[in-house]
Write a protein that binds this ligand. Structure first.
Ligand SMILES: [Zn+2]
Length: 285
């Protein structure tokens, strides 16, 4: 998968393949200028956006695989943010904390179950309560396993419901993290700084922040406005309706879907804002 970049020398477009490090060394195909794109985006964001793209293109199975991977990488992000935040609060040196974290992560890097265990403890320590959403139902595990391990072909609707579940969970945890997430951002900036220091002469550094699904909600200046409309039922029956078993589950699902839909819309609006008025348009002035 790739994304468009703009050459800083001639302003024409070159496409770049996503890299694990978020650092992309490029040579312009049009003018030969060398530049290096630093993409301010975390792996879970890239994967979630790839899943969204796959889903829109009709590749439901690939979409589910990307959403599942996004959730796993988000748990990693959470552990990163939590650990570095804690170190900062204890006035531990950032680079020492980061080195300790990287070393520790190597012990769990190849097994997602171990990573889930680290996340569970991180959540308990940070929030002071059990991560009660870590159930098969809360994570959509059965569906995910059927698709990824048993080759079940999901419908587009199923893939979107799974996307909505993953989105709502990540969105909720990002909200709980709040400014704590910035500590994981700092780790990425550190990686960028190291690359930047080693850039050869004549290579231009370009920093890019793409408005992905989560950034659109958090940093796009578009305030979350979602209010789940209660379905107008027969007068006087609303309250009883809400307490019936099964209703809560349906509400949660409806909420996830609505949240996901709104995020898609916000992202679309933000992308249009980034690109500016359409060519030939007179704009606002
Ligand atoms: Zn160029």
């Amino acid at each position: 998968m790739d994304f468009p970049t703009v050459c800083p020398a001639c302003a024409r477009e070159n496409r770049a393949e996503f890299t694990d490090s978020s650092v992309h060394a490029l040579t312009c195909a049009h003018c030969g200028a060398r530049y290096c794109v630093f993409l301010r985006k975390h792996r879970f964001e890239v994967l979630f956006d790839l899943g969204t793209r796959a889903s829109m293109d009709g590749y439901a199975r690939e979409a589910v695989a990307s959403f599942a991977a996004a959730l796993e990488r988000f748990f990693e992000f959470y552990v990163w943010a939590f650990t570095l935040e804690r170190a900062a609060n204890a006035e531990q040196e950032f680079s020492a904390a980061l080195a300790g974290l990287e070393g520790t992560w190597r012990h769990v890097a190849s097994q997602s179950e171990r990573q889930l265990g680290m996340f569970a403890l991180a959540y308990l320590l940070r929030e002071g309560r059990e991560p009660d959403f870590l159930t098969a139902r809360g994570l959509g595990t059965d569906f995910r396993n059927r698709v990824i391990h048993r080759g079940t072909l999901p419908t587009r609707a199923e893939a979107e419901a799974y996307a909505a579940l993953v989105f709502a969970l990540i969105d909720r945890l990002l909200t709980e993290l709040g400014p704590g997430a910035a500590h994981a951002e700092l780790a990425q900036e550190q990686v960028f700084a190291a690359h930047l220091a080693g850039l050869p002469d004549g290579v231009t550094a370009v920093f890019e922040e793409h408005p992905g699904m989560f950034r659109a909600r958090r940093f796009g200046g578009l305030a979350p406005t979602l209010k789940l409309q209660a379905q107008p039922g027969p007068p006087g029956q609303g309250a009883e309706q809400a307490r019936k078993p099964g209703k809560a589950v349906n509400d949660a699902r409806a909420y996830q879907q609505a949240l996901f839909r709104q995020a898609l819309e916000e992202r679309g609006a933000l992308l249009r804002a980034f690109k500016g008025p359409p060519p030939g348009g007179s704009g606002q002035g």
